[in-house]
Write a protein that binds this ligand. Structure first.
Ligand SMILES: Cc1ncc(COP(=O)(O)O)c(C=O)c1O
Length: 463
């Protein structure tokens, strides 16, 4: 263990108090018995700082959240002003100005006729709300048998029990089974690991992966399938962009069988891919978009779903009430913060910054492919995954034990100690994920590349 992770002996230190009382998410708490919990105390621009004043490049935007970067007082002040004016009022039967303004603004930005916004506080709630809406919609229009949801292998769609049933990661699910019925898996678009018969042809691979959705619908019975959930770029597994033709084909299949296409853009919206919505980038029209994270750049929590006019019809024109809601959804402070966040996007042309610099980001990360451990660098916009392999030519991956040693035993700590916040993940094959603030430029790309180069070089020696 390096000196940065030695135990802080002062029992009143933040690190010690965290160890005693805080339960970290998705964290093996026993690993902090002899080590400090990393405590981040402030942020400024693309960087965050720990209790000792050490600086880290935030290569993951916290958790795919901090699009505009840290320490933006104009956004913080918009939240404070709103709290003074109207701190809270529910969206249950009432509206408030910021929720109205934000819904209107999102409707103007979203593709096609996604004109209706149902707010939540998180991405999991957004995903689960869309499933509940789809189920009630179909019951209301006289297709009560439609309840199943298709989603892709290894895809993460959240942790509440409904969202977890849609998530495609078995190890995250088994402790909580039985889950709500209806989750069905289809292949993802990991071209690096494509089946042999389409391994050399991205278009054929895309066609095959989309057609697997049709096969699953037919296998399950078209009258039982409500929706397909897809991220524009699948995060979990290490950034799988859609192969050419994939989404148009999926759209065709959904239309053929009357299945809703839910674009889960909890990560991919709000500039991550250089557009307000990832579906815009790849030119497809969803029936529902789920969002969270970047809509506020983390200055307050907010999520939601955007729904097409067609899906809204039974709820706006008939007696049906969507029997769903949460107390803090569309919180006035969060809505005010989201509006101020979108003002920053416009004022600083953050989408333009991502589009202008994404090739340079890709090229800088691609330099790492000269390392023996780097098998694949993939992604779009400001969203990349670097897959690590044991043997490059055969693409052989690590055993579970090697991966444990590599990721939890070395990389996670080493990257943090070297001053880079990113994610070393083995929910699929081992990858490092990067999703920096949209304000980043070449100097930040270079810093990421240099830190990764030195840490991955060390990691290779341990294998
Ligand atoms: C695609 C996707 N959907 C849903 C979620 C769940 O969002 P939350 O953690 O806000 O509940 C996430 C979280 O990372 C996500 O990446």
């Amino acid at each position: 263990m390096t000196s940065d992770h030695t135990t802080d002996l002062r029992s009143d230190s933040l690190e010690a108090r965290a160890r005693r009382h805080l339960w970290l998410h998705f964290t093996r708490m026993s690993s902090y018995q002899g080590n400090d919990v990393p405590v981040i105390v402030r942020g400024s621009g693309q960087y965050v700082y720990d209790t000792r004043g050490k600086r880290y490049l935030d290569g993951l935007s916290g958790l795919f959240v901090s699009q505009i970067g840290h320490g933006r007082t104009e956004v913080a002040e918009a939240g404070a002003r709103q709290a003074a004016e109207l701190a809270y009022f529910p969206l249950w039967s009432y509206a408030h100005p910021r929720a109205i303004e934000l819904a209107e603004r999102l409707a103007a930005l979203a593709p096609g006729d996604l004109n209706r916004v149902f707010f939540t506080t998180s991405g999991s709630e957004a995903v689960e709300s869309a499933w509940k809406m789809a189920k009630q919609y179909f019951k209301t229009i006289g297709e009560p048998g439609r309840f199943k949801v298709l989603s892709r292998e290894i895809a993460y769609h959240g942790t509440s029990l409904g969202a977890l049933a849609i998530t495609g990661l078995p190890p995250l699910k088994t402790p909580f089974e039985p889950l709500p019925a209806g989750g069905v898996r289809v292949p993802n678009t990991n071209f690096y690991r494509a089946p042999g018969f389409v391994a050399d042809d991205a278009t054929a691979f895309g066609r095959w992966a989309a057609d697997e959705i049709e096969r699953a619908i037919l296998r399950e019975g078209p009258d039982s399938v409500a929706a397909v959930y897809l991220e524009p770029v699948q995060n979990s597994g290490g950034c799988f962009p859609p192969p050419p033709g994939y989404f148009p084909r999926v759209r065709e299949i959904c239309d053929r069988y009357g299945v809703l296409l839910v674009s889960d853009e909890v990560i991919c919206a709000f500039g991550r891919l250089g557009y307000y919505f990832g579906s815009e980038r790849y030119g497809y029209q969803p029936d529902v978009i789920t969002f969270a994270k970047g809509i506020t750049s983390g200055y307050a929590p907010l999520g939601g779903m955007m729904v097409s006019d067609r899906l809204m019809e039974p709820f706006s024109d008939g007696p049906a009430t969507f029997l769903h809601g949460v107390t803090f959804a569309g919180h006035p402070v969060s809505a005010a913060v989201a509006l101020a966040n979108l003002d920053v996007f416009e004022k600083e042309d953050l989408l333009g910054n991502v589009r202008a610099n994404e090739d340079a980001f890709r090229a800088t990360l691609a330099k790492l492919t000269d390392l023996p451990i780097v098998g694949d660098v993939r992604g779009d916009g400001y969203f990349y995954g670097i897959e690590m392999v044991k043997e490059k030519t055969t693409r052989e991956t690590f055993t579970a034990e090697e991966s444990e040693r590599l990721l939890r035993g070395f990389l996670s700590h080493a990257l943090y100690d070297a001053g880079l916040i990113c994610r070393a993940d083995d929910r699929g094959d081992p990858v490092i994920q990067l999703a920096p603030p949209l304000t980043c430029t070449q100097e930040h790309f270079d810093e990421m590349e240099q830190i990764l180069r030195s840490v991955l070089t060390e990691a290779w020696k341990l294998i």
